[in-house]
Ligand binder design. Sequence first.
Ligand code: 13P
Length: 253
Amino acid sequence: MRKPFVAGNWKMNTDSHSSVSLAKDVAAGTSEIAGHKIDVAVIPPFVYIQSVAKVLSASSVAVGAQDIYTEKQGAFTGEISASMLRDIGCTYALCGHSERRHVIGEQDELINKKVSAAISGGLLPILCVGELLEERQSDKTGEVVTRQIKAGLAGLGAEKVSAVTVAYEPVWAIGTGLTATPQQAQEAHNLIRRLLGEMYDGQLAEEIRILYGGSVKPDSAAELMGQQDVDGLLVGGASLSADDFVAIVKGAV
Ligand code: 13P
């Protein structure tokens, strides 16, 4: 049985005050279920991770980073390593979020190094994949997601891959208010799980959690979670409201 997992990606939002109060409200609202019925994480901007981790230390809500760098330390101006993030209380790291792929220009090869660096540095990577609108419209969803998964996990053995969570986030559904239908999400998640079964083995594929992301709101959470291969949700905009995020977490149990 895969334990449900809901993470809130705050992207480049909040400030020193609102990040801490949002984290406190999420912890209070999910205290009865977080950790045992469902894994819950918030993913603040780098600069607020430490203060958010501090207020969440007595709770079962974990903290993640929105990105990491591939190297452990050294002359890499502006970059942040997995071990630094672990040092300040991070558990998870997003790798290859669509905004990093399509706004910043990250390619599969770099993302693969980040997934590997996260695991080596003691973080649990969340590998994000998903197709553009034109790729979906030209029936290329399977091809694109297959390429992103194969490239993102290249060179990693089953033992390392067991630390990975996959997030399927169709780019056309991110921040647009257009959610994939539960059937579209299930189809993509099932494709990913079957692919993992071919790349590794059936048991590993059954154990890996696959999250859906893209305009998830309190009223869409339960139906998405009702799909067999949807194990959790990666929430953007709605995670900036404690009420909405807590409602999504409760809807995902
Ligand atoms: P939205 O929920 O705002 O569409 O963002 C999804 C996302 O990118 C989460 O990582």
